[in-house]
Design a protein around this ligand. Structure first.
Ligand code: ADP
Ligand code: GLC
Length: 501
């Protein structure tokens, strides 16, 4: 199949979280199954700088102008597995900051247009309207609100062949904008009510994807259930229940080339399930790198995360006094909400022997934390899938996780069971986290053999993309067949109508 994957992030070219990882690994896994993949993403300033410094060969062509969108070019690069198509529109993407916000963390005020253009180009490519491109996809796979308008735009085309799939990575981000932008975005009036894109007094690009895609997926089976309930639906649960017949939960995988302790060049010492003794070298290297002393029988807890309420950072802060009293150590890498950054930094300043905090985005430190920590904390309030708990298991660093979303789909609670791979909180609260921490500490300190068995079970689990990529491919085929059958019906109806005449 020819598949166009539209996204606002694709690692290493742009990444703020798991979407960037998935947008590189899933297309690669689909390509490995024999499909032809193109990944469409904006050419942010940093992406172009990376392209300049790595000197990768690329093709460039002018995109035919569509509607009243600003002028844009396409830059195509052959990467390992797929063609990366960078949408180069300097007026919208060539600026300081990240994909969505300026260097101070304020959202760009023209994000509606920035991602409106991305969606428009995705739909035009999918409909075969971009003349220099002799490659017409059968499937348009969109991701999160930034590409939510693409299935909607595609639905305006009469004979469009591509089926559209829309994946929710995080329902909390909904791409909400004022209705006054509807004309600039080319949205017909009849789409703006509550059954369409309208959400309270605004319009939501996420809702456009939910409403218009042929099928909707999300990144774990449990999250697919959770979001149909009011409590986790962020106001979209009604629309999701309406789409339930076409809603699927497929658990993300992990890029096992990049996340493998036996080959990882970003860690201090490589190891596998049979040479776990070398993990200790990574703990020593991590402690040294973040300036913490080595303390015998102290459990080192790791966090690598966006510092937001979603990730339960407040719960980590609430349990900190108990954690410190037990002699645990904590290393946190992340960035996000100013209050969490501030409180974590204050804790590190107050307890320099036990807490180390690094604010920022640091890929190599993230790998070293996965390899060097004894256990990994992820007490998320909700978690569509989560990747770090899978990395942790692969690295023999048992995760301590909330009972929600992809976390329960990928971590088996230890609880004295033979197959356990981590610790699942009995409730999402500071008290729940404390109880899980106590269980983890008990096993870690009291029984080295049981702890090692727990580590090994996690390391032996398979989290690669192969199975999930196959399931996406099956889904694409299912919807292509459905489309073909519907078109066949329409042809048959037209023939019988003309026979009547
Ligand atoms: P989310 O997408 O909700 O942030 P995931 O667990 O799916 O959560 O993915 C987060 C990804 O981003 C992981 O690859 C993680 O290692 C990475 N990451 C998050 N914060 C940082 C950071 N500060 N530095 C380096 N990598 C980070
Ligand atoms: C989102 C979710 C996270 C998921 C990631 C990739 O950012 O918060 O749970 O793993 O997308 O799908």
């Amino acid at each position: 199949m020819r598949i166009l994957f539209a996204t606002s992030e694709c690692a290493p070219w742009a990444k703020t979280g798991g979407l960037g990882d998935v947008s590189a690994a899933l297309p690669r896994a689909l390509a490995a199954l024999g499909h032809e993949l193109r990944v469409l993403m904006p050419a942010y300033r940093r992406t172009l700088q990376m392209l300049g410094s790595c000197g990768a060969a690329h093709r460039r062509y002018v995109l035919p102008r569509g509607g009243c969108w600003p002028a844009a070019n396409m830059i195509e690069i052959e990467t390992d597995g797929f063609t990366l198509c960078l949408l180069d529109c300097p007026a919208l993407y060539d600026r300081d900051g990240g994909p969505y916000a300026d260097p101070q963390g304020r959202d760009f005020d023209d994000n509606a247009l920035r991602f409106g253009l991305l969606s428009d180009v995705a739909a035009r490519l999918a409909a075969g309207e971009v003349v220099p491109v002799d490659w017409r996809p059968q499937v348009l796979h969109c991701n999160d609100w930034q590409t939510g308008l693409a299935p909607a735009y595609l639905s305006l085309r009469d004979q469009c062949a591509a089926v559209s799939v829309f994946t929710i990575h995080n329902l909390a981000f909904q791409g909400m904008f004022g209705r006054d932008l509807a004309p600039a975005l080319g949205l017909p009036d009849e789409w703006l009510d509550v059954d369409g894109l309208g959400h309270w007094e605004r319009i939501s690009m996420l809702k456009a994807g939910l409403r218009h895609a042929d099928c909707v997926t999300t990144v774990s089976p449990t999250y697919a259930e959770e979001i149909q309930r009011e409590i986790a639906g962020f106001g979209m649960d009604g629309m999701l229940r309406y789409r339930a017949p076409d809603l699927y939960g497929l658990l993300n995988g992990v890029d096992v080339q990049r996340w493998n302790p036996a080959t990882d060049q970003q860690i201090a010492a490589r190891y596998d399930a049979d040479s776990l003794q070398f993990k200790a070298d990574n703990k020593a290297a991590l402690l040294q790198r973040v300036g913490l002393p080595a303390v015998p029988r102290s459990m080192l807890l790791g966090v690598v995360s966006r510092l937001t309420a979603q990730k339960g950072i407040d719960l980590v802060l609430d349990t900190l006094p108990a954690l410190l009293a037990h002699g645990d150590q904590l290393v946190v890498l992340g960035c996000g909400e100013a209050r969490f950054e501030r409180e974590l930094q204050q804790a590190a300043a107050a307890h320099p022997q036990q807490v180390a905090v690094r604010i920022g985005f640091d890929e190599s430190l993230a790998h070293l934390i996965e390899a060097g920590a004894d256990a990994f904390l992820m007490p998320s309030r909700f978690e569509p899938c989560g990747l770090n708990q899978m990395y942790s298991q692969i690295y023999g660093t048992p995760p301590i996780v909330s009972p929600c979303g992809g976390l329960i789909d990928s971590v088996i609670d230890e609880d004295g069971r033979e197959e356990g791979t981590g610790f699942v909180l009995d409730e999402i609260s500071a008290a729940g986290l404390l109880r899980a921490l106590e269980r983890a500490r008990g096993l870690y300190l009291d029984s080295a053999a049981d702890w090692r068995a727990l580590q090994r079970r996690g390391m032996r689990r398979r989290f690669d993309w192969d199975e999930t990529a196959r399931r996406y491919a099956i889904l694409y085929v299912q919807y292509l067949r459905r489309r073909a059958a519907a078109q066949g019906d329409r042809v048959a109806a037209a023939v019988s109508a003309s026979n009547c005449c």
